[in-house]
Write a protein that binds this ligand. Structure first.
Ligand SMILES: Cc1cc2nc3c(=O)[nH]c(=O)nc-3n(C[C@H](O)[C@H](O)[C@H](O)COP(=O)(O)OP(=O)(O)OC[C@H]3O[C@@H](n4cnc5c(N)ncnc54)[C@H](O)[C@@H]3O)c2cc1C
Length: 302
């Protein structure tokens, strides 16, 4: 989608938004799949309510893109724009056991920043790529740790009220890869409360998680992490593996040889290749186990 109306373009500029026309989202996602649209870089947090109202009034549909590590995006010309918080100098500070972090920050960067201040608890999140905003939305987690339990407050733009609000951690439901945020909430900042731990001890925990990840995941290939959520009490990867589907492919989309719940883009997979592979594997798991796998990856259609 192109924003061509000169009055809107001018107003966006006044609000500190950088409009990048015709951006290939293939370049912005870890799967390296996605079509073309305008990208709006929201450089000023204070004008976000005005920007969002401008887009709503002009009926410009949008998706909010963090690090692009958990999305599967349609190909071709896209009928919506993407909004993104640039991550050049994210705010991060520590006061006692509290950490205050901008949503644009890199999640791993946040974990190591807190570690350097002797704040632990998030070691398991070290290898989860993407932004703090994306991690909050998804309640990212690994190796027994999720971000949700550490959250004390989230500052967000709430489309329903048109205002920036601060929501208490206790008022947010953080479930397995699902949260109670509204679909159109925009995460801006988070306050976490973390246990004190010596830096060296945290580093040792981080090392263990990094080694586990390297041993089991195709980290040098293009993926979005796990494609499916694990069903209650089960493992999507184990079922796919048992069906001998590692290496199974549709076009350039393939089930990883290394981790059966990671689907990889071998070279030039289209969104359609990846969707057909996902549907095919889901159907085979349903037929064999009577289990309906739910996507963990988020699909943005055209
Ligand atoms: C190699 C690899 C390993 C992975 N391992 C794990 C793992 O162990 N555990 C795990 O949980 N995930 C894992 N993932 C998936 C992914 O990294 C996480 O879901 C991550 O938290 C997504 O963050 P992101 O910034 O990339 O979000 P995106 O992919 O950009 O977006 C995901 C969702 O968050 C929303 N969003 C992003 N930023 C904001 C914001 N500021 N405000 C509102 N909404 C926002 C988007 O609109 C979208 O709905 C892995 C992915 C890869 C590629």
């Amino acid at each position: 989608m192109r924003i061509n109306d000169s009055a809107i373009v001018e107003r966006l500029k006044e609000l500190g938004v950088e409009l990048r026309p015709a951006v290939s989202l293939k370049e912005k996602t870890s799967l390296a799949i996605g079509g073309v649209t305008d990208e709006l870089l929201l450089r000023r947090y204070d004008t976000i309510p005005q920007v969002m109202r401008l887009l709503a009034d002009a009926k410009i549909p949008h998706h909010f893109l963090g690090g692009g590590t958990n999305v599967l995006i349609a190909d071709g010309e896209l009928p919506w724009v993407v909004l993104h918080l640039p991550a050049a100098h994210p705010g991060m500070r520590v006061e006692g056991n509290s950490a205050f972090v901008d949503a644009s920050a890199d999640l791993g960067g946040m974990v190591t920043f807190c570690a350097k201040h002797d704040l632990g608890g998030m070691e398991g999140l070290i290898g989860v790529p993407g932004s703090v905003g994306g991690a909050l939305r998804m309640n990212a987690g690994a190796y027994g740790t999720q971000i949700g339990p550490w959250v004390r407050e989230v500052e967000l733009y709430r489309a329903a009220s048109g205002e920036v609000e601060t929501v208490r951690g206790n008022d947010i439901r953080f479930d397995y890869r699902h949260t109670s945020f509204a679909d159109d909430d925009v995460m801006l900042r988070v306050k976490l409360e973390l246990p004190s731990k010596p830096y060296k001890e945290i580093l040792a925990g981080i090392k263990v998680c990094n080694e586990k990840r390297r041993a089991s995941q195709p980290l040098n290939q293009k993926s979005a992490g796990c494609i499916f959520k694990n069903p209650p009490g089960g493992s999507a990867g184990r079922m796919i593996d048992e069906l001998k589907l590692k290496g199974h492919r549709v076009g350039d989309a393939a089930v990883s040889d290394r981790h059966a719940n990671f689907f990889v883009n071998l070279a030039n997979a289209s969104c359609d290749d990846m969707r057909r592979l996902i549907d095919d594997v889901r159907e085979r798991v349903r037929a064999a186990y009577g289990v309906e796998l739910e996507n963990e990856v988020i699909f943005w259609r055209n």
